[in-house]
Design a protein around this ligand. Sequence first.
Ligand SMILES: [Zn+2]
Length: 362
Amino acid sequence: MIPLLADSNEAVRLWAAAHCLEFALEPGAPVLEKFAVGPFGDLRATAAITLWLWREGALNVREGAGATSPSVGAWYARDHRGCETPVRIVHNISKRVDEADRELLKLLAMKADDSEFVTIRIDEADPRWPEVARWVAEQNPVDIYWTEFTNEEVAAARWVRLFTDWMHGYPQPEDDYAELTYGATGCGKCAVGRVQRAPFRLKGEPRWGRRGIFQLFWVYSEFFVRPEVWKEVFRPLGVEARPVLNRKGTQELRTVVQLVANEQVSVATADLLHAICPVCGERKYLPHRRGPFPSLLAEPGSHYVKTTQWFGDGGEAFQETVISNALMRALVAHAARGAKGWPVADADMKRVDPTVKAFGGT
Ligand SMILES: [Zn+2]
């Protein structure tokens, strides 16, 4: 295995390094660390998550169906009860396709309709992924990816990052909502450090249908719920709410409130990529997408908290929202449609010693 660390193919080097670490062979670590600060891309992301899993004591490399790429269905995280679950990473790739693209998709038996603009959805565990990944690296299409967790994984997590599958419109008025809502707080360039000074405004009462929670585009720090969802799910667990106004700011809306987080918690940032703002010098982390959300550095004292860290990959900046297992369960029990949980890595994972597995506990 160790000779492969010097292989001319970088994917082979990365794969060999991951296997070395799995068997507690230290020379693997510097190889991965070099990838982890290398050019942005799949190798860098894979190296970062491998190092993270290794430090968490949860690294377990398997040969995936394709085995030509180190990212093929190879990553398993061990949860705090010792169960191994595959980390399922799903890509939604969109591209204006030409003849060559179409040939390749046909060859791979990827479903693509005849329109000029094609969107394909593929799991990294799919045997076709190495080919698709190469195509993505060459063609640079829009590639939105995330990790999928089962309901059981979400229910078992002690903390989850809250998100929603319903983005409902924009804050109002669209041109000056930031000034109206945040006053002069926060950096004018990167938006880090904004503090809410006034209620959000919406176009009107939300068209809820059967849903119970939404977010606004641009405002990824905040969640909005029906007043009855707040009363039955959030208020009993000590979460406060504040009113939301109509577009002109003259009237409180009756069917929606904004949830309020009164506590912040820091998360482990060692494996998050960040940019530093040239104006304010603050860090903004790239939104987390691979594997469980980084572990919390302290146990929150409330059920609904924000991260101390700011995230974002453009002009927006936001703090992620983390909620307790009890609150997530209450949301599920209430069937508040739209609420989704992304498990936070459990700090307990650190107690698993990788050498125990490699050397049979001696
Ligand atoms: Zn800034």
